[in-house]
Design a protein around this ligand. Structure first.
Ligand code: CP3
Length: 372
C-alpha cells in the first residue's frame, strides 16, 4: 500500500491565535488576566508563570493518602476527589495554574472502551483497535457522557478564584498508540505498522480520536477552564516525515476545533526537537519544549512559524540534584524565556513520582522572586 493519505499530508494553515487584548494590569485579578494567560497570549507580565506537568500525583503524600483504595479511573470520575487532588499542588506550592486531575484515557473509557490504568504501568486496553471492525467500537464523544467532568471543572473554577485551570486531552497519535498497542509501548511498532500498512484506517482512527479529544477539551473550556494543553507525549517516536504525513493534520484539527472558544492552547510532546516546527504549525498558542531541546534554540526556530509562546523546559531529573544546580538552571531558563513572545516555566516532562515536593515549592518561590 502507499503510505500517504491526502487529507493528512499537507501542512495545515495555523489556526487563529487569540488576539492580544489591551495590556491589563495588574496581573492576577481574574484567570483571564493571570500571568499564565498573559504569557500564553504574548502579553507577558513582570515574571513568567510557573506550573508543573504532573504536579498532582505521587510526589505528594496528601495525594497518596486520598487515593488509598480508590482506583485511578474511579478517582478521575469523582468530582470530590478531582477537586481535592487538583487543588493540592496549588495549596502546597503556590503554582500559578492548576492542571485538571484526569487522564488522557478518561474520554476513551467514557465512550465505552474497556480499559484500566494500572499503577506503575499506565493505561491497558482489553481489546486493542487494529481493524476497521474494531474502529466501529469507538464512537464519538458526546458531552452528555462526561457530566462529572464539567461538574469537577465548575467546582474547581469556583475554588480557584484568580488562579487559572488548565484542561487537557491526549493528541490523536498518543491516544492511538495506547489503543493499537493495547498498552504502553517502547517501540510503537503495531501503531506504525497500521499507519503505514493501512493509511486510510489510520487516518479514520485519528479523525475519530481528534473528535473525542476536541469534545473533551470543549467540555472543560465551556465549564470554565482558562487554557488547555494537548499532550502528544509519544509523537517524538515519529520521524518528521511521518509526523507531517500522518499525524499533524489530526492534531491541528483538535486545536482548530476549540480555537473559537478563545482560550490559549498549549501543545506538548516528548523528544520532539525534530518535530518542533511541524508541531508549532499545527496551530497552538504555546509550544511545549521538552527537556532535551534548547529553550533559546527553540524560541529562534519557532519565530519563523508564528512565534508562539514557549513552555518549559527544566529536566525533571535535575530536581534530584543539589539546590545550587536547580537554582542556576531555573535562572537560565527564565532568562532565555525572556527572548520569547511569552514564556511559561515548567518542566520538560512530568514530575517524577519520587521527587522531593519541597524542591518544587522552592522552584516556585525562586521564579516568583525573579520579577523585572
Ligand atoms: O498533574 C497533572 O499533570 C494532571 C494529571 C494527569 C495525569 N495524567 C494523572 C495521572 C495528566 C495531565 C495525565 C496525562 C497523561 N496520562 C499522559 C500525558 C502526559 C505525559 O506524562 O506525557 C499520558 C501519556 C498518560 C497515560 C498514563 N496515565 C501514564 C503513562 C500513567 C503513569 C503510569 C504509572 O503509574 O507510572 C498514567 C497514570 C496516571 N495519570 C497517574 C497520574 C497521577 C499515576 C496514577 C497513580 O497515582 O497511581
Amino acid at each position: 500500500m502507499t503510505d500517504a493519505v491526502p487529507a493528512a499530508s499537507s501542512t495545515p494553515a495555523p489556526t487563529p491565535r487569540p488576539a492580544p487584548g489591551p495590556d491589563v494590569a495588574p496581573a492576577g485579578g481574574s484567570p483571564a488576566d493571570s500571568l499564565l494567560v498573559r504569557a500564553a497570549t504574548g502579553r507577558p507580565g513582570p515574571r513568567p508563570p510557573v506550573w508543573f506537568m504532573r504536579q498532582a500525583g505521587r510526589s505528594l503524600p496528601e495525594y497518596r493518602k486520598v487515593r488509598e483504595g480508590v482506583g485511578m479511573l474511579e478517582s478521575c470520575r469523582r468530582p470530590d476527589l478531582v477537586t481535592e487532588i487538583t487543588l493540592q499542588p496549588v495549596r502546597r506550592h503556590g503554582v500559578d495554574a492548576a492542571i485538571f486531575f484526569s487522564d488522557i484515557v478518561v474520554p476513551l473509557a467514557a465512550v465505552g472502551i474497556d480499559l484500566d490504568i494500572v499503577a506503575g504501568t499506565g493505561p491497558v486496553v482489553a481489546e486493542p483497535i487494529r481493524t476497521r471492525a474494531d474502529l466501529d467500537r469507538l464512537p464519538e464523544l458526546d458531552a452528555a457522557a462526561v457530566p462529572d467532568i464539567a461538574e469537577s471543572v465548575r467546582l474547581l473554577v469556583a475554588e480557584l478564584g484568580p488562579t487559572p485551570l488548565i484542561g487537557f486531552a491526549g493528541a490523536p497519535f498518543t491516544l492511538a498508540s495506547y489503543l493499537v498497542e493495547g498498552g504502553p509501548s517502547k517501540t510503537h511498532a503495531r501503531t506504525k505498522a497500521l499507519m503505514h500498512g493501512d493509511p486510510q484506517l489510520w487516518s479514520d482512527l485519528c479523525a475519530r480520536l481528534a473528535q473525542i479529544a476536541g469534545a473533551f477539551l470543549r467540555v472543560q473550556i465551556e465549564a470554565g477552564a482558562s487554557a488547555v494543553q494537548l499532550f502528544d507525549s509519544w509523537a517524538g517516536f515519529l520521524s518528521r516525515r511521518d509526523y507531517e504525513r500522518h499525524v499533524q493534520a489530526h492534531s491541528a484539527s483538535v486545536l482548530a476545533s476549540v480555537a473559537e472558544l478563545g482560550v490559549p492552547r498549549i501543545h506538548f510532546g516528548v523528544g520532539t526537537s525534530e518535530l518542533l516546527e511541524p508541531m508549532t504549525a499545527a496551530g497552538a498558542d504555546v509550544i511545549g519544549v521538552d527537556y532535551r531541546t534548547s529553550l533559546a534554540g527553540a524560541i529562534d526556530r519557532v519565530a519563523g512559524v508564528g512565534a508562539p509562546a514557549v513552555q518549559g523546559n527544566l529536566d525533571p531529573a535535575l530536581l534530584f540534584a543539589p539546590w545550587e544546580v536547580v537554582d542556576a538552571q531555573v535562572r537560565r531558563i527564565v532568562s532565555e524565556g525572556r527572548g520569547a513572545s511569552g514564556h511559561v516555566v515548567n518542566l520538560g516532562h512530568g514530575v517524577l513520582p519520587d521527587t522531593d515536593p519541597d524542591v518544587l515549592t522552592r522552584v516556585v518561590e525562586l521564579v516568583r522572586s525573579l520579577e523585572v
